[in-house]
Design a protein around this ligand. Sequence first.
Ligand code: PMP
Length: 438
Amino acid sequence: MNRSTSEQLYQEALQHIVGGVNSPSRSFKAVGGGAPVFMKRGSGAHFWDEDGNKYIDYLAAYGPIITGHAHPHITAAITEAAENGILYGTPTRLEIKLAKMLKEAIPSMDKVRFVNSGTEAVMTTIRVARAYTKRSKIVKFAGCYHGHSDLVLVAAGSGPSTLGIPDSAGVPQSIAQEVITVPFNDLEALREALDKWGEEVAAVMVEPIVGNFGMVMPKPGFLEGLCKLTHDNGSLVIYDEVITAFRFHYGSTQTYAGLDNHEDIIPDLTALGKIIGGGLPIGAYGGRKHVMEQVAPLGPAYQAGTMAGNPASISAGIACLEVLRGEGVYEEMERLAIRLVDGLQASAARHGIPLTINRIRGAFSTHFCDHPITDYEEAQDTDGEMFASFFRHMLDRGINLAPSKYEAWFLTTEHTDEDIDATLEAAEDSFRAMSAER
Ligand code: PMP
């Protein structure tokens, strides 16, 4: 496959944009380097790059594009918003509509506030929790990603009861000292951390179903135990549902079937993003009324935004949720995902490639290993070189995946059986080639 235009554009981009990309996850650093593909057009489940190559897309822009590229209903909503003036700096009727839709789908949110990204949403939930509890520390889980604000770019110290260390240059040690990181699915570690630091802990933050080191379900009882331990400690539970909300069903993890008793896993605050903006920049957070009343102008916790709740993002979000509310939408994504996962697994086995797949409805992650993936350590302990090889073989056969062994594949409402057939054919060829290279 000729991608010479992408190569040229990458060289040009490197001269003007740091690292040539506007988010490090788009670089090919984790898969051996080189030029990322410069896409030119997307439609439905497909992409065309600058050299005219066609791809089936499973990246879905890291999640938001669950209705495929350029979905006509969303495009019409954005066009209408643009024609009516793109930014007002005043409240609009639209914001109420999307807020009501979110509240209906996620009943733990009595009150909502829109922001511009998942990072902002998470960052603000922490501020609100600190304001409400008048405490400063947070507990989070290893491998969960919560955006790029200082407090969440902190890695685990040397054990569950030790304070964190900066996970990025520029994050001060003093901030890392405010964070304790414990393993996901490990209630004992959480208990230990709360025993030691409990009186200082404002909140325990978690991706209730993890989307950032593969798709990982909480073990039975984990969320229930987490909520109980946290609340008994006088701390708040924050769910980061930036990836998971509206991913598996029309709602969030809090209401997802198959988990612990829903009444026992209700968070105090929830952070949202991605899908709820239909592909335009958005974030939102919400929670119990008396907690959210900490937020300005009602309360003392300040949070603001020039672009927050802008008519274009809100309109796109409403349109996206309208599509997702359609009959059988999630069932169809799941049906295709099952076909794909079964085919991938069979194909890998035929060629002696170890492959563990974690699938949750229409989303799944592929791990080149023999063991199950239930926490970050297990996800780290997979074959990154094998993933890189698979990624490149698939790309050369027109399949667009995230260039990271941790990221998920996302089905959209626009994928078809033909896409699955073509993807499985590409995978069979890729596994065969990988097996020959070993
Ligand atoms: N939280 C989670 C769970 C995420 O997956 C992400 C983005 N991948 C974020 C927060 C940050 O969102 P954004 O990129 O919109 O700032």
